[in-house]
Design a protein around this ligand. Sequence first.
Ligand code: HEM
Length: 407
Amino acid sequence: MAGPTDLGFDPWDPAFLADPYPAYAELRARGRVIRYEPTDQWLVPHHADVSALLRDRRLGRTYQHRFSHEEFGRTPPAPEHEPFHTLNDHGMLDLEPPDHTRIRRLVSKAFTPRTVDRLKPYVQHLAGDLVAALVHHGGGDLLTDVAEPLPVAVIAEMLGIPEADRAPLRPWSAAICGMYELNPSEDTAAQAVQASVEFSEYLRLLIAARRKEPGEDLISGLIAAHDEDDDRLTEQEMISTAVLLLNAGHEATVNATVNGWWALFRNPGQLAALRADHSLIPSAIEELMRYDTPLQLFERWVLDDIEIDGTVIPRGSEIAMLFGSANHDPAVFTDPDRLDLTRTDNPHISFSAGIHYCIGAPLARIELAASMTALLQQAPTLTLAAEPTRKPNFVIRGLEGLSVEVE
Ligand code: HEM
């Protein structure tokens, strides 16, 4: 039994958040599965276990396809939180087969590497313009000037959200994502509920408009989508899918961009090597996603008893897979705490694995490459202007901003 007092792992401690990787090393040394009372979870810190569990069908992102809350020994969510759960529970990320399979099949057509490749010129153009503006001003906040507007515009454009309607997307997403942190407060839940109501209502109206007048966008595609069995998305599934795509479509990319540049600034030798050789960009992106993992933890419910290293984890338990730890496991990565942009043997787990493997990975890679290329080409003297402040979140790891200067 372990609590925050006898483990370095304490997701509410700013010192842990500043650099969680030494505490992960302690956890890995302690064992393959560690009971963690503060969240009533089993922590899994090793790469091999995380990788295997992500593919293990005895675990699920939900249990509701097999058990009622009562059967599973869990309390149903409070009625006042219902709007958040209705929205969340109908998105593919929180579904298991067969619903997950049906929805993912319909949506994945829009995210194949080939389809996404066609977006490349648009993404590169947008990244170029954003970086040009940053350079023109002699610097600014890399987060609000480049990292955020790029993926927000791309995913909003794909879904056909008119430009004039995009301002609330970030605040809605931030409020909803608060619920993905460990033990969210009542205040966080209230904000997520309000955002869920507003976001759903907005999309309900947009879907109605696209039904009348379809366009080339993904929402029109979701309305029209059906497969061989003539499966269609319900209205709620369409709303939940659109919200999931809009939120997942930018949150982690924003953080991967700023965490990545913050890591480069702290490793000037590596930044100089990248500046000297832009062919390192693809391996640099993978390495930066490994080195400071943008999404640190993912949970799974235990649907049927499992055994890890002699410990039986019974049905009804919750497992917390530590992606940041898996990505620093020396059993898989040589010298894991070193940033090495030339690292090629890099099976990081930042995009997950198994049936929930990130559908947006090809798009995220294009976006990260576009902003990095534009910054290296147009702002070769980019420097850090001020030490950044870390966001107080653990699961979604990011910075409040990243102040930069261009000479
Ligand atoms: C650096 C950027 C990104 C990272 C690190 C990331 C990471 C992840 C991870 C770890 C999961 C699976 C979680 C689990 O197994 O429980 C996931 C799922 C997902 N991601 Fe991403 N993602 C990124 C960008 C994107 C983008 C650009 C999109 C755009 C559409 C997107 C859409 C999704 C969707 C829809 C799912 C759910 C897939 C499913 O449940 O089958 N992500 N992502």
